[in-house]
Write a protein that binds this ligand. Structure first.
Ligand code: PGA
Length: 251
């Protein structure tokens, strides 16, 4: 039985006071949660403040991206070491908004992922098809391509620090959730890819989160599927009560 992992992706939302207040509320409300792993991923500029609030609590902190180089002339980028320095434990990589708005490739995602793992960060690797790809029956191909491309050169041992997030692009921020059956179908497929690439033990232990308009009202059915081990939550993670409502569905 895999322990549920619920992570909040705050994206480019909230101001400093709101980010700190949300962290404080979660710290208090999640104090008794012993059945799931929890993390929040604020914007870079609030990471330090949020990590300060959540230090020693059972809500861990992650970044929404990182760069692969250690240091140097990379204007605007943030290194793995910098994230570790402020108490960050996780990093989201390959999010569809980075792939499709910022044009990030599997190759770049892979470089970042290898650097993050080597530097001691745990990675939430996102994969997911667009609506046009689903309609063209390319769902499996796209997810496989992102999976293999982003995980090139990764060992089974390193997969202990990797969570996969299946995020169908057509369900993100749209209010359109994949049905539990639709999501489970892709999760089971990703689990097969894990087994093919890393072996059965890794496939049995790596967690696969679902992301895309997950909310308290649909979380129980989604999390009830055999291969759905948690959620990567955007909109519903911006309020303590709705985020907690999803976490409670992981019981
Ligand atoms: P959403 O975002 O929950 O707002 O759909 C999920 C994500 O993109 O991680």
């Amino acid at each position: 039985m895999r322990r549920p992992f619920i992570a909040g992706n705050w994206k480019m939302n909230l101001n400093r006071a709101e980010a700190v207040a949300l962290a404080e509320a979660l710290k208090e409300k999640a104090a008794g949660v012993d059945y799931a792993d929890i993390a929040v991923c604020p914007p870079f500029v609030y990471l330090d403040a949020v990590a300060g609030v959540l230090k020693g609590s059972n809500v861990k902190v992650g970044a929404q991206d990182c760069y692969f180089a250690g240091n140097g002339a990379f204007t605007g980028e943030v290194s793995v070491e910098m994230l570790k320095d402020i108490g960050c434990e996780y990093v989201i990589l390959g999010h569809s908004e980075r792939r499709h708005i910022l044009g990030e490739s599997n190759e770049l995602t892979n470089k970042k992922l290898l650097a993050a793992l080597a530097g001691g960060l745990k990675v939430i690797l996102c994969v997911g098809e667009m609506l046009s790809e689903r309609e063209a029956n390319q769902t499996d191909d796209i997810n496989a391509e992102q999976f293999f491309g982003s995980l090139a050169g990764v060992t089974a041992e390193q997969m202990k620090d990797v969570t996969i997030a299946y995020e169908p692009v057509w369900a993100i921020g749209t209010g359109k959730t994949a049905s539990p059956e639709q999501a489970e179908e892709v999760h089971a497929f990703l689990r097969k890819l894990l087994e093919y690439r890393f072996g059965k033990e890794t496939a049995d232990t790596v967690r696969i989160q679902y992301g895309g308009s997950m909310k308290p009202a649909n979380a129980k059915d989604l999390l009830g599927q055999a291969d759905i081990d948690g959620g990567l939550i955007g909109g519903a993670a911006l309020q303590a009560d709705s985020f907690m409502g999803i976490i409670e569905c992981g019981k």
